[in-house]
Design a binder for this molecule. Structure first.
Ligand code: R5P
Length: 273
C-alpha cells in the first residue's frame, strides 16, 4: 500500500523500529466508568508513561488527566456510545470527530468492530467511515476486534475479524490472543497487537505476551494486566522486556514476593524494579 509521509510518520511513532510496540490501554472509562486502577487516571498513568510506546485513551481522559507537555504518541479512542450496564454493550458508533483528533495531535485513532453480532453492519460501516476520514489526514486507524460474551475467542473467529478489519482499511489490528495465534497473524496483512483482557496472574499475562510475539504479533495494547497489577511499573517493564528484548520468562524474568509489603517484583536482566 502506498502511504503518504504523514501516515508513515505517525505509524512509526506507534510501532517502533524493531517492528514492535507496547501500547498502554487506559481507555476503559468510555464504557466502564472509573475502572479499578484508573479512578485517578493521572496518578496511575504518569509513572507508566516512560515505559510505554503509545498511550491509548479517550479525548476526555487526555484533556483532563494527561500533561500536554508529555512526549508520548497518543492513540485516541473514537468509538463508543454504549455502556457495561446497557443492553448492547458493543454496538458502538463514532464518539469523536477526526477534526478533534487532529486538534489533539494524535498519532492514531482506535475503533471497535463487532463481527458476527446482530449489529455488525453498523460497526463496520462506522469503521469504514472513520477509515475514509483518517486516510484523508494521514492518521492510522487501529481496529479493535471486540468480542461478545457468547463468541468464541478462537483462531477461526479472530482471523476472520482481523482480516476483515484489514480489508476494510485498518492500519493496525488489535485482537485477542488465542491458540494457533500464528493463523491470525499470518492471514492479516497489517501489524497485529493483542489486548490483555481481564486481569490474570502476572506470570500468565507475560507468558501470553511472549507467546503472541513468538507467533508474530507486533506487540500488545494492554491495560488491566498492567494497571491492576500489584506493581504496575514493574509489570510494564517486564512486558517491555518481553516485547522489545524477546526475553523468555524462565530465563530472564524472576518473580519474587516480598513478604513485608506483599508486593510482586520482577527482575528483567539487569533492569531492577
Ligand atoms: C476495550 O475495548 C478497550 O479498548 C481496552 O483498552 C482493551 O480491551 C485493552 O485493555 P485490556 O488489556 O484491559 O483488555
Amino acid at each position: 500500500m502506498t502511504m503518504d509521509w504523514g501516515m508513515k510518520n505517525r505509524l512509526s511513532r506507534i510501532i517502533k523500529k524493531d517492528g514492535h510496540t507496547v501500547m498502554l490501554a487506559v481507555d476503559h472509562g468510555y464504557f466502564m466508568g472509573p475502572t479499578t486502577g484508573l479512578e485517578k487516571l493521572d496518578e496511575m498513568v504518569t509513572p507508566l508513561i516512560p515505559y510505554a510506546d503509545t498511550l491509548m485513551l479517550t479525548r476526555g481522559a487526555l484533556r483532563n488527566y494527561i500533561d500536554p507537555a508529555v512526549d508520548i504518541p497518543i492513540v485516541l479512542r473514537v468509538s463508543g456510545g454504549t455502556s457495561i450496564i446497557g443492553k448492547e454493550l458493543l454496538h458502538e458508533g463514532i464518539i469523536a470527530s477526526m477534526e478533534d483528533a487532529i486538534r489533539l495531535n494524535v498519532s492514531g485513532v482506535a475503533f471497535s468492530i463487532l463481527v458476527g453480532a446482530d449489529f455488525e453492519r453498523d460497526t463496520l460501516l462506522g469503521f469504514a467511515q472513520i477509515i475514509d476520514e483518517a486516510e484523508r489526514y494521514g492518521i492510522p486507524v487501529v481496529a479493535v476486534t471486540a468480542v461478545g460474551r457468547d463468541m468464541a475467542k478462537d483462531a477461526r473467529y479472530l482471523s476472520l475479524a482481523s482480516r476483515m478489519a484489514a480489508e476494510i482499511g485498518a492500519h493496525i489490528v488489535k485482537t485477542y490472543y488465542c491458540e494457533d495465534f500464528e493463523k491470525v497473524v499470518d492471514t492479516c496483512p497489517v501489524p497485529v497487537v493483542i489486548a490483555g483482557g481481564k486481569k490474570q496472574p502476572e506470570r500468565d499475562a507475560l507468558q501470553m505476551a511472549y507467546n503472541a510475539i513468538q507467533a508474530g504479533a507486533a506487540g500488545v495494547d494492554m491495560g488491566r494486566n498492567i494497571f491492576q497489577s500489584s506493581n504496575p511499573v514493574a509489570m510494564i517493564k517486564a512486558v517491555r522486556a518481553v516485547v522489545h528484548e524477546n526475553v523468555t520468562l524462565r530465563k530472564h524474568i524472576r518473580f519474587s514476593k516480598r513478604k513485608a509489603s506483599n508486593r510482586m517484583f520482577f527482575t528483567c536482566g539487569s533492569d531492577r524494579q
